[in-house]
Design a binder for this molecule. Sequence first.
Ligand SMILES: [Zn+2]
Length: 485
Amino acid sequence: MGVKIYNSLSRQLEEFLPQTEGHVSMYSCGPTVYDYIHIGNARTALVTDIIRRYLVYRGYNVKLVQNLTDIDDKIIARAETLGLSSSQLANTNGQAYFEDTQRLGIQPADVHPKATEHIPEMIDLIQTLIAKGAAYVIDGSVYYRINSFKEYGKLSRRKPEDLLAGARVEVDQRKEDPRDFDMWKAAKPGEPSWDSPWGPGRPGWHIECSSMAMKHLGETIDIHAGGEDLLFPHHENEIAQSEFATGKLFARYWVHVAFLKIDGTRMGKSEQNFIFLRDALDKYSAEIIRHFLISAHYRHPLDYSLESLQNSESALKRLNNCVDTLNKYYEATPEIEEKGNETSESTSHADADLFSSIESLQSQFTEAMDNDFNTAQAVGSIFSLVSHVNKSLNSSNGVSQYTLANAYKVLTETCQVLGIYTMNEQDTDNTTEYLDPLIELLLDIRQDARNQKDWDTSDKIRDRLKELNIEIQDTREGTSWKFVT
Ligand SMILES: [Zn+2]
């Protein structure tokens, strides 16, 4: 059996069959960059990351596109409060988003398109919809005519009368129907705007995702993911725009990630009860936060609490201790990569027993993840093996080095898919990357001190670097440095 995905469109668990065998096109709605992201937002980003990692583990070639909404009412309003331009605010927060998600070990998407860099594509799509009778222009704004798309509501299963009741709250008398939504907003004084056939303005949020998804992944994509709050109206509107324009199915599988809750209510900016991801990452490692965020199935709500993070912290300690201990058996067993998972020649009862646990992890892990990416069960199967290994290591019942090396291999492979063990190495790499510029910076400061004949500061920098085994040499050409042992 292969991967099965719960498709929000059919509301059923379906066998996953991508359009092109072996290849997956995936779109995930990214952040509106008016502020830092909180841990609730991080849950959606992490689930996308894990789905992608798992599909790669299952042998698929995955192309992931995740947009940045860098123009929007919230961005304009916040930029004004802070005395910045919208693009300055969006750039700063866009950068912060990449920093924060990278710290959480989220691999960058293949493409991170920005809305403001896709205005021509959005204008094209809107023009197509106007030409086909699905949109109309009023005072420089363009609206989508909901009545034109007979399948409107197929994702959210909302009835037209329910939609009408909701839409009446926001009254715009100019619209033909209160449910119609804007795809192009005529410019208001002082707001950023772009030229269009209907006059200066800016795109609506829904048209951004339709245009960018289709530009980078084609008219039909395999998986479309996002937070459950986006299902209506955002995703319903994406479907209406894209499917009316192309006459084709827009996304084959819709994946919606449930909310992270705090004190029983949804963690959110509007609710004023959120924790920025970067603040959480200052207190807890990426692995701990990842472990916590995947401790429930992605379609179930998850409660944030200090206690849950502490539980994840102690679980991770157990995992790390176990894997670190097994590492030495693995290092001492070079033939493991060639032989793979064959039963050890040693045939003690304990050995055979542990070997069967290793095989169980492999099958249980795949079974759990195949079943709509059930990370909670997958983590459970990893920890059963950890317990078994610890029991074996603590007793003198003769488990062979070969079997322990195998346990290491399988544990690290599965943990890597979830990103709950591998990140130590990545952190080290990042540190090395920053080392050169940091030392250059110190040498610059030292040179400034020397120019001002501040010998105390100059010597202090030299001596402290020497304590770190970094030796500096002053020559006529400048100062150089090297590691000494
Ligand atoms: Zn979107």
